[in-house]
Design a protein around this ligand. Structure first.
Ligand code: BES
Ligand code: MN
Ligand code: ZN
Length: 523
């Protein structure tokens, strides 16, 4: 399942590791450690550089060579480019680490040593942060989802005298004078990475195994031991409470819906003695465990991708995990709406009019616009039950956001300048890219129904579908509440590898929101 790398921080390189990586800056010479090794070996490294004019030590660029090594044990050497020093920051270090991982893992060696070269030009750079970020980049990229791969057959009692030497790469020692602060910084980053991995696992798990009930059980089993309070509303409870929107979405499936509430009390409660005087920060996630479209059935081609329609819920769970692991002092509540959108004799229909938990009636015009229905009841729940300082929802809500922004940026709608500013800062710090999208009264009005209070499809048709979806959600946001909506339809799932994100479930949202909480609350 989670195959990941163990990281240690050291002040000097262990000789027994026969794979050594040295960082190098673009436009500069070899760092001191590599230069010393070069000298010991009669200039082989500088010779290799001279013969590789295309290698410029740009960020993430790698040059590989071999040294004879002491006692005949060949030392495999890689030079890892970090790019120009003026541009170097923790994000670029992370990217370089992410690019390093595939180069390491394809070799078949179990471990490597990564030497962070300390050149004069790095004097203004936090070396501990640099080393920690490089390691975190390696880890983020090292994720792989192998739960459904049958075990490799044990090697037959072969005629080979020596066992197959190919192993999975799983250990890295990071060498740096600032090894103690580096380790401390890394440990915090790694808590977030664990949350990202949980979100990726959830998105990657197929819908025959991940459905509302099993998802809720997973949350309970994963988060309760970490000190997160978990409350599960089953369909009976939701019926009693009048949550007609999420219930309608789940009606076509034999697997009933769930709403799960996760509370991380943080440290504020005991410190002040009062119960959350300022209210928690709230995160809401769309958790449609599979979206067939329902009676408004989607085309068959590509439907399998709709297992990722719970990416918002996965990000909220991953966020709660990272907050708990790093013992965040913030008081945070997460709410996820879990339902499977299926066509059946019991499914909800276009033309149905639903009674939402907020009391507003919703005319259904397309059962494939189900995410907003699930979110409506979750948003209402979080507002009725808590007095949140802000609410941020995440949802794989519309194909339209992918038309607008592709896979690179998450479209973010915010009704508050300050919250947008904080989101933008967290985005710049973590590299999870957000792009602000507009909210407008015209789109809100476009979602009003002639026969009910609102309808789930825009009267104006497909144009600006992501904006009209946000306009629908606004009907469920109380006056004065600070709110943002992140449409992660394009970013929750990647079809190709990125430097720190292997393909498929990306875990998008965990890192930027962890950072937002940290910046908002912990200074
Ligand atoms: N889950 C989909 C949106 C989606 C599309 C996510 C592609 C990821 C990739 C959502 O429930 C949906 O079906 N949206 C419709 C809304 C329309 C019927 C108003 C859409 O975007 O086409
Ligand atoms: Mn849909
Ligand atoms: Zn959906």
């Amino acid at each position: 399942m989670i195959m990941t790398v163990t990281v240690t921080f050291k002040k000097s390189r262990s000789d027994k590791i026969r794979l050594a990586v040295f960082t190098m800056l673009e436009g500069e010479n070899l760092g001191p450690a590599a230069a010393a090794l070069d000298k010991e070996n009669g200039g082989i490294i500088s010779g290799a550089l001279a013969q590789s004019p295309k290698f410029k030590a740009r960020n993430g660029e790698i040059l590989e060579l071999f040294l004879p090594g002491r006692g005949g044990a060949t030392l495999r050497v890689m030079l890892l480019g970090l790019g120009r020093v003026e541009k170097l920051d923790s994000l670029r270090a992370e990217t370089a680490g992410g690019r390093l991982f595939p180069a390491l893992s394809k070799i078949g060696a179990a471990e490597a040593s990564l030497v962070v070269e300390e050149t004069k030009s790095l004097k203004d750079i936090d070396l501990g942060l640099l080393a920690a970020s490089l390691a975190n980049g390696v880890c983020l990229r090292s994720y792989s989802f192998e739960r459904y791969k049958s075990k490799k057959p044990a090697l037959k009692a072969s005629k080979k005298e020596t066992p197959d030497p190919v192993v999975d790469f799983d250990k890295i020692e990071v060498v740096c004078s600032q090894s103690t602060p580096a380790k401390k910084t890394f440990e915090r980053l790694d808590c977030v990475t664990r949350g990202v991995f949980t979100a990726r696992d959830l998105v990657n798990t197929p819908p025959n195994d991940l459905y509302p009930e099993s998802f809720a059980k997973f949350i309970k089993e994963e988060l309760r031991p970490l000190g997160v309070e978990v409350e599960i509303l089953d369909e009976k409870k939701m019926q009693k409470m009048g949550m007609g929107a999420i219930l309608a979405v789940g009606m076509g499936s034999v697997r009933p819906p769930r709403m799960v509430i996760m509370r991380w009390p943080g440290a504020e409660v005991p410190k002040t003695g009062k119960k959350n005087p300022a209210g928690p920060l709230a995160f809401v996630g769309k958790g449609v465990t599979f979206d067939t479209g329902g009676i408004s059935l989607k085309p068959g081609a590509g439907m399998e991708e709709m297992k990722m329609d719970m990416g918002g819920a996965a990000a909220v769970v991953g966020l709660m995990k990272s907050l708990a692991l790093r013992q965040s002092p913030a008081c945070v509540v997460g709410v996820v709406g879990l339902a499977e959108n299926m066509p059946s004799g019991n499914a909800y229909r276009p033309a149905d009019i639903l009674q939402s938990y907020a009391g507003k009636t919703i005319e259904v015009l397309n059962t494939d616009a189900e995410g907003r229905l699930v979110l409506a009841d979750c948003l209402t729940y979080v507002q009725k039950t808590y007095a949140p300082r802000f609410v941020i929802d995440l949802a794989t809500l519309t194909g339209a956001i992918m038309v607008a922004l592709g896979h690179e940026y998450c479209g973010t709608f915010a009704n508050d300048e300050a919250l947008w500013g904080q989101l933008a800062a967290a985005s710049a710090a973590t590299g999870e890219k957000l792009w602000r999208m507009p909210l407008d009264e015209a789109w809100r009005k476009d979602m009003e129904s002639p026969v009910a209070d609102v309808q789930n499809l825009a009267k104006s048709g497909r144009l600006a579908g992501c904006c009209t979806a946000a306009g629908f959600l606004e009907h469920f946001i109380e006056e004065g509440l600070v709110w943002a909506h992140m449409d992660i339809a394009g970013t929750a799932w990647r079809k190709s590898d990125q430097p720190t994100v292997p393909k498929f479930g990306s875990g998008f949202g965990v890192r930027v929101l962890d950072r937002l909480v940290s910046d908002f609350y912990e200074q």
